[in-house]
Design a protein around this ligand. Structure first.
Ligand code: PBG
Length: 321
């Protein structure tokens, strides 16, 4: 026998030396929720350990995230009042824009403050865009809202706009709006390959979504791999600075394709349901929590993600130190 792969697995030092994929705190991004009017952080029951922050607890959590050395945060707003057009999204005093200003002030140069650019947290019907007279999500009318939302977020100081609404042409529309208002330096993260996934379930609780029905007329069909690459190509052509594949664990093939095809960084979002599954199994003693978390994130990196959005970002970063 000439080939004996076990030689390189014999000791921890050897395994470490030959590891093909490494996790680093700088490649981790923490999604965070901020709730308007909250006086205490509110736990999210389907995401044990994750809360809806107050502005104060957000600041403290950002200081901890900076201390842990993670690369960035992604902010989501939970407004007190929702309406048909999601007007809170474009209001400079809306919770997400207020939180962005607070976050940027707290973070300084330590990490990149990013914002979710989508209407679903702000609309009373819970869709990612505005509706037409027949109650269908109106692509081009939604783009007008995204343009205004992009400018509002750039003016609040967001350092990367995360376009997660899955409207056709959204990257080009927001790029144009930013450029024509002097925000040529504000980069765009295109949620290019975002699938209509059951794994967003706990997120709906996190943002108190009122959605009835589903998002299948705008998010991708889980059955489609080639279409994921098409969406990546379109977002790059429209000027995306970074592209995303989401969710992560059930879409590692799409992620590998995207990593091969994309000239810009490719990130992946380990979503709320992926988090909840591992937490629930670990709480029952069915899996080793730390090993499962590390393995799940290393798998996403190995498949091709340059960085990973994960609710474990800070805890994982501390383990890596
Ligand atoms: C839409 C958005 C969603 C998530 C992030 N951005 C929900 C959806 O599209 O249904 C889900 C994130 C998660 O599940 O962790 N603004």
């Amino acid at each position: 026998m000439i080939e004996r792969p076990r030689r390189l697995r014999a000791t921890p030092a050897m395994r470490r030396l030959v590891a093909e994929t490494r996790l680093h705190p700088a490649d981790l991004i923490l999604p965070m929720f901020v709730r308007e009017g909250a006086t205490e952080p509110v736990p999210i029951s389907s995401m044990p350990g994750v809360v809806q922050h107050t502005l104060d607890s957000l600041r403290r959590a950002i200081a901890q995230a900076a201390d842990a050395g993670i690369g960035g945060i992604m902010l989501f707003g939970v407004p007190e009042h929702k309406d048909a057009t999601g007007s809170g999204a474009t209001d400079p005093q809306g919770i997400l824009n207020v939180a962005t200003r607070a976050a940027v002030a707290e973070a300084g140069d330590a990490l990149v403050v990013q914002t979710d650019l989508c209407l679903d947290e702000f609309t009373d019907h819970g869709h990612c865009g505005v509706l037409d007279a027949q109650g269908r999500v109106d692509n081009d009318a939604s783009l007008e809202r995204y343009r205004d939302m992009g400018v509002a977020q750039a003016e609040a100081g967001s350092q990367l706009l995360g376009l997660s609404g899955m409207m056709d042409g959204q990257v080009a529309a927001v790029r144009d709006a930013l450029d024509s208002t002097g925000h040529t330096g504000t980069p765009i993260l295109g949620y290019a390959a975002k699938y209509a996934s059951a794994f967003y379930g706990p997120f709906r609780e996190a943002v108190q979504s009122s959605l009835e029905g589903d998002r299948r007329t705008y998010q991708l069909d889980p059955a489609n791999r080639r279409e994921g690459v098409r969406e990546i190509d379109l977002d790059v052509a429209e000027g995306a600075d970074v592209v995303m594949v989401k969710p992560a664990m059930s879409y590692l093939d799409v992620l590998a394709d995207a990593a091969a095809a994309s000239p810009v960084p490719v990130w992946a979002y380990q979503v709320s349901g992926e988090y909840a599954m591992i937490e629930a199994a670990a709480a029952n003693g069915w899996i080793d929590r730390r090993r499962a978390i590390e393995e799940s994130v290393v798998g996403v990196r190995r498949a091709g993600a340059d960085a990973v959005l994960t609710y474990w970002a800070v805890e994982l970063a501390r383990w890596l130190r």
